[in-house]
Design a protein. Structure first.
Length: 97
C-alpha cells in the first residue's frame, strides 16, 4: 500500500501521543517528523516506500551530530520505520542502515 510520508508522520505522532510519552520524547518525535518531511521534499521521497536503504543513509548522513548524540538520534528513525513496517506500509524494515 502506498502511504505518503505526510500521513506516516502524522500517524506516527498520533501513536506517540496515544502512548502518553513524556513531553521531551514527543518533542523529539516532532523534530524527527519535521526533518523527515524536509529531507523527503528535497529528495522527492514523498511516499514511505520510496525510502530505501540508500535514502535512509543519506538522511542519517545529512545530520552533523557526533558521539552519543548520533546513537540516540538513530533510535527515533528506527522506531519510525518499525512503525511503518508494523503498519504494512513497507515490505521490510529500512532501519538497519
Amino acid at each position: 500500500m502506498a502511504v505518503s510520508l505526510e500521513k506516516a508522520c502524522l500517524d506516527f505522532m498520533a501513536d506517540a501521543d496515544s502512548r502518553e510519552l513524556e513531553k521531551p520524547a514527543l518533542r523529539k518525535c516532532r523534530q524527527l517528523a519535521k526533518r523527515m518531511r524536509v529531507f523527503g521534499a528535497e529528495e522527492r521521497l514523498l511516499l514511505v516506500g520510496q525510502w530505501d536503504v540508500e535514502a535512509v543513509r543519506r538522511f542519517r548522513l545529512s545530520r552533523k551530530d557526533q558521539g552519543l548524540t548520533v546513537v540516540k538520534k538513530l533510535e527515533r528513525p528506527r522506531a519510525f520505520f518499525r512503525f511503518a513496517q508494523d503498519g504494512e506500509w513497507l515490505d521490510r524494515n529500512r532501519r538497519r542502515s
